[in-house]
Write a protein that binds this ligand. Structure first.
Ligand SMILES: [Zn+2]
Length: 463
């Protein structure tokens, strides 16, 4: 009988055809009228899971989009268990947005498949599903397998957190593989072991009861827009550090050893910075390299400010109100509730008696930052799996963005969490002409297979 990797190679064309089938379903979770399509995609996945030998069900509570869960526990109680998370819902897409071909008619050209969701994240879902098919069809499965595919990741993941808490026992696993996302190069895999959290703030500054004539009152009323910018400007010092008292107290420092590990990203991130930002010069804490600033340091960013007159022409007023939205990216071990309190207190302390300030935060829903142990046996198994699947040792990094579900898995479930992206960052996720590189899809399947292998070996070695 064939080995699982051989089976996957022989079935390559079938696997692509199945990916295309799923890609034709417009499972857009952010638009209510597509709820039946999300349902249809969930059905497709459950049917395929059952066909390849998993016990599978759709989970939904009233008014929410389905979660698909499948398991195969045939390796026995003593064997390790792998839980894989992915999502099969997608962002909206319309050919009028500038797509070269219809976004829900997968089109193959230049070694790529163009379709909404190809990269984010149906390519990941199918790669894992087909890896499992290869294992079960060849009798090669040495791990118990649990697959959890979400249908509302793109619309805010409102229910998966509760689902994970409510199904702690059922989802129990020795490792949780979160497979979504992308790498900055097709040939060089990058493994993310840290993600920043996020907390958001809204603020209004009011002064006079209504807009005032700037000639009559200019010079004796504190302009709310000016007061807002004065407060905002006081939130950083000239070295780019956040001035909020206590803001850095809980920040876990980067050790010398971790700096070495992260150094593999230096060139990549510098090159990317210059290619992507278009800004005239870098900015930020001078004691940290660019990839450290965005991966391992917390920030405070003004996301928007508004107020006053901004139409054509001029209106010489002192506006009565000004607004700002800002957010912080958090790193371990900063707690969203603590940071919210510190930021709000400091803004009140900065507020002069000449204006009134209201500032609120979403700290109850905010996500904390996470760092996964890059020395854990699970992560090492993942590194070896990429070496086999890609033929290159992956670079380890911490990323600036936030994937809240990772924090929930890490908090609620006992197993290690590892991130396993198969996509290319330039593949247009959320944008027009999204694509998956076909070779990366197949390498993804081989990497997943190698991971099961490595993970099983780890456990048989430990017994
Ligand atoms: Zn997405």
């Amino acid at each position: 009988m064939d080995s699982a990797p051989d089976y996957a190679r022989q079935k390559a064309a079938d696997f692509i055809a199945q990916l295309n089938e799923l890609l034709t379903i417009p499972s857009i979770s952010t638009l209510a009228e597509h709820a039946p399509d999300v349902e249809r995609a969930a059905r497709w996945l459950v049917d395929d899971m059952r066909r390849i030998g998993l016990r599978a069900e759709i989970h939904r509570a009233d008014g929410y989009l389905p979660l698909v869960y499948g398991e195969w526990l045939g390796a026995g109680a003593d064997a390790p268990t792998v839980l894989v998370y992915g999502h099969y819902d997608v962002q909206p897409a319309d050919i009028a947005d500038g797509w070269g071909t219809p976004p829900f008619q997968p089109t193959q050209r230049d070694g790529r498949i163009y379709a909404r969701g190809a990269l984010d994240s149906k390519g990941h879902v199918i790669a894992h599903l087909k890896a499992v098919e290869s294992l079960l069809a060849t009798g090669d499965a040495l791990c118990n397998i649990k697959l959890l595919f979400e249908g509302e990741e793109e619309s805010g993941s409102a229910h998966i957190y509760q689902f994970v808490r409510d199904n702690r026992q059922r989802l129990q696993a020795d490792v949780i593989v979160v497979s979504d996302g992308s790498m900055p190069d097709e040939k060089q895999p990058v493994l993310v072991y840290g993600l920043r959290g996020i907390i958001q703030f809204e603020m209004t500054v009011t002064g006079p009861a209504r807009d005032l004539h700037s000639g009559h009152y200019g010079g004796n009323v504190h302009n709310p827009l000016q007061a807002l910018t004065e407060i905002m400007a006081a939130l950083h010092d000239e070295r780019g550090r956040v001035t909020v008292p206590g803001f850095y107290d809980a920040v876990r420092p980067i050790t010398a050893q971790e700096r070495d590990v992260l150094d593999g990203m230096r060139e990549w991130s510098e090159r990317e910075w210059h290619a992507v930002t278009g800004a005239p010069a870098t900015w930020g804490e001078p004691d940290y390299a660019l990839h450290e600033r965005s991966g391992a340091r917390p920030t405070l960013e003004i996301n928007g400010m508004a107020g006053g007159f901004f139409e054509k022409g001029f209106k010489t007023v002192i506006p009565h109100k000004a607004w700002a939205k800002f957010s912080c990216r958090l790193v371990p071990d900063q707690q969203p509730a603590t940071i919210a309190g510190q930021v709000i207190d400091y803004i009140h302390a900065l507020t002069p008696p000449t204006v009134r300030v209201e500032v609120t935060s979403d700290w109850r829903d905010a996500a904390p930052g996470v760092v996964l142990d890059y020395e854990s046996p699970s992560m090492q198994a993942c590194i070896r799996a990429y070496e086999q699947g890609w033929g290159v040792r992956p670079i380890l990094t911490r990323e600036g963005g936030s994937v809240p579900v990772v924090a929930v898995f890490a908090e609620v479930l006992d197993g290690d969490v590892v991130l396993m992206p198969f996509g290319y960052k330039g593949g247009g996720a959320h944008s027009t002409n999204e694509y998956i590189v076909i070779e990366m899809f197949h390498k993804g399947i081989q990497t997943a297979l190698a991971f099961y292998d490595q993970f099983a070996a780890l456990h048989s070695g430990a017994d």
